[in-house]
Write a protein that binds this ligand. Structure first.
Ligand code: GLC
Ligand code: CA
Length: 560
């Protein structure tokens, strides 16, 4: 299947996120790899995807699941080689699936050759100037240079001696100490990332997911400003936060856009930017990255009010840049939606997770029904749909991973306050029996629970009503039902029910409540996330006809 040259192919795409280390292991070392992905092309194809996005597969010590990159222009030998990558890319392209790679520009790893050179060099040297080194405060420089916080540690500064440095300086890392931040005021850094983007675009990569896109540029003027002068992580509207969402970062993205536009079709990009909705339009403007993740849906609970509010705000803001919206219920940083929705909205999810799931009961099936209904709703909206691996199986979060096996630095570095994100990164169950449920022949790098047997690709393929079968049918239909990027709401007379339609007569109705909702007869029911329980006789279009009853936590698609 030849890929189209349509420059707008991405606007309403279905994109599947692969977390490579946990997708499929081809050589039995317990770690998913590139050949593993290639071996599952038929599976990916069965999902009618437009693209896959691969989380980092670059050489890395995995201090942060690969978001600590040693070399941006290579494949981790644990995951394969560049020629394995080329083979995977070619085979995905053959079946019409495009590929996004993850670019991590805010920080490298401490094993990157530039950082090793920086540590080995003198203060003030060119090598140090690619990162952010400063003298400490206090009589002997024994205190960090500023109060900047890190996501994975109390301070964003570590002393260079922790990395073998012989001088008395500190280096900045907004994430783990193994993730030193680049100095984006240094043109060498900017040039090197253009080289990286070109490296992958030349190989045929179609798009880029930009990690921490609101980071990179910082106010490095002396004396360093205090982060405490600002109320939140980003200062609304002005672009004058010390560390995030600064106006200067947009100059960088403008130069990236020029590079993307040299290709045919132009390469696309999507920003991971946790910023105010009003600021997001800058990142997603056609002169810059072109699209940005809309994360508000991640915060929403499974309720009609939450969903409606997020949908209205997101569509309004994406319209401001002329981009299309993105919808996702989860990713590799979030609790899986089946679990999120299977808990009462009032439950403190972090406490629940830290307790091994013992503080509150989890409605296992209710959570799955809600998650699948939520997915079918977002798939029907204008814009892109993102699916995170395992979501299509209705997987729940894995809780109770023994402390000795936890990998996430969020837990290890953040005073053990939050068990972290490993629970959504456990390798996928492909079969219901066998070593590591078919993930590989040599076990799995994070422990899989016994209940994974009930959620394997194998078993779910056999059942028409499984989450996987429901996703497959929905994604295939989505392609045929897709229309222009408008939607309109319809009154339902029920606070727990949302109903919208698209210009070509595709209706989507979701029942968020606990009772049944009678949707009358709008046309042909083409799909539903659960079987419709009953049907009755209703007045519709002026005549008596048979209509449907939508059970709790269910979405139905109708073609009028
Ligand atoms: C992004 C990634 C996350 C990572 C962080 C630091 O938020 O999604 O997994 O820990 O950046 O790179
Ligand atoms: Ca492997």
């Amino acid at each position: 299947m030849a890929l189209s040259l349509d420059k707008d192919w991405w606007r309403q795409a279905a994109i599947y996120q692969i977390y490579p280390r946990s997708f499929k292991d081809s050589n039995g070392d317990g770690i998913g790899d590139i050949k593993g992905i290639t071996s599952q092309i038929d599976y990916l194809s069965s999902l009618s995807l437009d693209a896959v996005w691969l989380s980092p597969f670059y050489p890395s010590a995995l201090a942060d699941g690969g978001y600590d990159v040693d070399d941006y222009r290579d494949v981790d030998p644990k995951l394969g080689t560049l020629s394995d990558f080329d083979e995977m890319l070619a085979k995905l392209h053959e079946v019409g699936i495009r590929v996004f790679v993850d670019i991590v520009p805010n920080h490298s790893s401490n094993r990157h050759e530039w950082f090793k050179a920086a540590i080995a060099s003198e203060p003030g040297s060119d090598a140090r100037n690619r990162y952010i080194f400063r003298d400490g405060k206090g009589a002997n420089g024994e205190l960090p240079p500023s109060d900047w916080p890190s996501h994975f540690a109390p301070s964003a500064w570590s002393h260079e001696s922790t990395q073998g440095g012989k001088h008395n300086q500190w280096y900045c890392h907004l994430f783990a100490p193994e993730q030193p931040d680049f100095n984006w005021d240094n043109p060498e850094v900017e040039a090197d990332f253009l080289k990286t983007l070109r490296f992958w675009a030349d190989r045929g990569v179609d798009g880029f997911r930009i990690d921490v896109a609101a980071g990179m540029k910082k106010d490095l003027s002396e004396p360093l400003r205090s982060q405490a002068t600002y109320p939140g992580m980003n200062n609304p509207l002005t672009g004058d936060d010390v560390l995030f969402d600064r106006n200067e970062v947009h100059e960088v993205f403008k130069s990236w856009r020029k590079l993307f536009n040299e290709y045919s079709p132009p390469r696309v990009a999507v920003a991971e930017a946790y910023v105010r909705p009003e600021r997001l339009a800058l990142y997603s403007s056609p002169d810059e990255l072109g699209q940005a993740f809309n994360f508000d849906m991640l915060e929403a609970y499974f309720s009609a009010t939450d969903y409606k509010k997020v949908i209205d705000t997101s569509i309004k803001h994406s319209g401001a840049s002329g981009s299309s919206t993105t919808w996702c219920l989860n990713n590799h940083d979030q609790m899986r939606p089946a679990t999120k929705y299977g808990l009462l909205a009032s439950v403190d999810r972090i406490r629940w997770k830290n307790s091994g799931g013992t503080t509150h009961p989890l409605d296992i099936n209710g959570g799955i029904h809600a998650a699948v209904a939520g997915s079918m709703l977002i798939m029907a909206l204008p814009g892109c749909t993102y699916i995170y691996q395992g979501e299509e199986l209705g997987l729940h979060e894995v809780v109770g991973i023994p402390e000795s096996e936890i990998q996430d630095p969020q837990y290890l570095r953040n005073l053990k306050a939050d068990l972290g994100r490993d629970g959504c990164r456990v390798p996928l169950p492909w079969t219901s029996t066998g070593t590591s449920f078919g993930f590989g022949s040599g076990g799995s790098h994070l422990p899989q629970p016994k209940w994974f047997a009930d959620y394997s690709v194998e078993i779910e393929t056999e059942h028409d009503l499984s989450p996987l079968s429901t996703f497959r049918k929905a994604l295939a239909l989505r392609k045929t039902l897709q229309s222009t990027e408008e939607m309109s709401w319809h009154e339902t007379g029920d606070d727990d029910v949302l109903h919208f339609s698209r210009p070509n007569g595709w209706h989507c109705i979701t029942n968020f409540g606990g009772g049944f909702y009678n949707f009358g007869n709008l046309g042909e029911v083409v799909h539903s996330s659960q079987p419709l329980a009953q049907s009755g006789i209703y007045m519709a279009h002026g005549k008596m006809s048979v209509g449907g009853e939508l059970p709790p936590a269910t979405t139905v698609w109708i073609k009028a």
